[in-house]
Design a protein around this ligand. Structure first.
Ligand code: GLU
Length: 357
């Protein structure tokens, strides 16, 4: 009897040991993903499932994680609340805080990937800013939703699931900051919001997607060809404020004195959301040349949704002292110019930066 008991005890101990080793091995395989929450519709709530009006940034990160079945099987997840705002209230101050936290996490080597929950309105600015200033090649993934968490067919939970799957995927390394929504993976450099309400609101015109992510299964197509992350020359270490850069919208008969007013109010840079290939009326071009002579850096971008703005096409940038934005829309041009103007640079250097980033 004693021998049977002993054998039983030994078998049980071995079995328990085997189960523990198996569980530990399973957990070890899971990547560590930190979710930095900033707010937005993904954390939004409304009084009913079908109402259009709602308040962004109501739900905490822990509640969001708990609302996604199976997400903890993808990664060991930690959540941190950085802010809880609709992204119309995103600011350079919060963006700098995010960048600092990502750089800290990257330096500690404690995480394999980062997810940032964010409102979609200004997601392209934050994604592009982080792409310029975070010093890591680990995956940094922005995610949001178009419908609040309380809506019928809320899109947030599956978007968050896919975002965590991308952040924990070693194949996502070295692709810069990306955005994952509605199964598509976009590069920070290319993505833009194209619909005020549709679930498929982000597009990457011209260069196309980085890949896709469906129910946590990722497929990567390409690496971005611009400079970013570890290859970027920009740093925001110790930076608490960015120089003032204004965007001025061009249209028929636009008042050119807005450009002079911007200079008078202390702008260090101006981005023109030009018509067509970064064009504007003659009076506005003259005002831009005046601003440039005073040392304000003027970038010609475009209000058109896709296409590049070339140098010296319909106006003489060399003579007027202007910079062409190439691939960047006005809001991303503003981000790049703000970071560029942290250091004094010649117009030729600024133009090269707009080519490279
Ligand atoms: N204004 C909200 C925001 O950007 C709504 C857009 C969204 O998150 O989808 O936070």
């Amino acid at each position: 009897m004693k021998t049977i008991k002993l054998i039983f005890r030994k078998t049980l101990t071995s079995l328990l040991l085997f189960i523990s080793v198996f569980v530990i091995a399973q957990n070890k395989q899971l990547p560590n993903v930190t979710i930095l929450a900033t707010g937005g519709t993904i954390a939004g709530a409304a009084a009913s499932g079908t109402q259009a009006g709602y308040t962004s940034g109501q739900v905490t990160i822990d509640a969001m994680i708990n609302a996604v079945p199976g997400i903890t099987k993808l990664a060991t997840i930690k959540g941190e609340q950085i802010s809880n705002v609709g992204s119309q209230d995103m600011s350079f101050e919060i963006m700098l805080k995010l960048a600092r936290r990502i750089n800290e996490l990257a330096a500690s080597r404690a995480v394999d990937g980062i997810v940032i929950t964010h409102g979609t309105d200004t997601m392209e600015e934050t994604a592009y800013f982080l792409n310029l200033v975070v010093k890591t090649d680990m995956p940094v993934v922005l995610v949001g939703s178009m419908r609040p968490s309380t809506a019928v067919s809320a899109d947030g939970p599956l978007n968050l699931y896919n975002a965590v799957a991308v952040a924990g995927d070693p194949n996502a390394k070295g692709r810069g900051v990306v955005l994952v929504m509605n199964d598509w993976i976009h590069s920070a450099q290319t993505l833009t919001k194209v619909s005020t309400t549709a679930v498929q609101t982000f597009m990457s015109p011209i260069r196309g997607l980085i890949g896709t992510s469906a129910y946590g299964v990722n497929d990567f197509y390409r690496y971005p060809d611009q400079k970013f992350g570890l290859k970027s020359e920009f740093s925001v270490e110790g930076v608490t404020k960015l120089p003032r850069v204004d965007i001025i919208y061009a249209d028929v008969d636009m008042p050119a004195d807005l450009i002079d007013a911007s200079v008078e109010r202390g702008a260090k840079g101006i981005v023109i959301a030009g018509v067509g290939n970064g064009n504007m009326p003659k009076a506005a071009l003259d005002a831009c040349a005046r601003a440039s002579k005073k040392g304000v850096v003027v970038v010609r971008s475009t209000r058109v949704a896709t296409g590049t703005v070339g140098r010296n096409v319909e106006c003489n940038d060399d003579e007027l002292g202007l910079v062409a934005s190439y691939n960047l829309n006005p809001q991303k041009s503003r981000v790049l110019l703000s970071v560029t103007l942290l250091k004094s640079r010649s117009l030729a250097e600024v133009q090269k930066i707009f080519l490279d980033y």
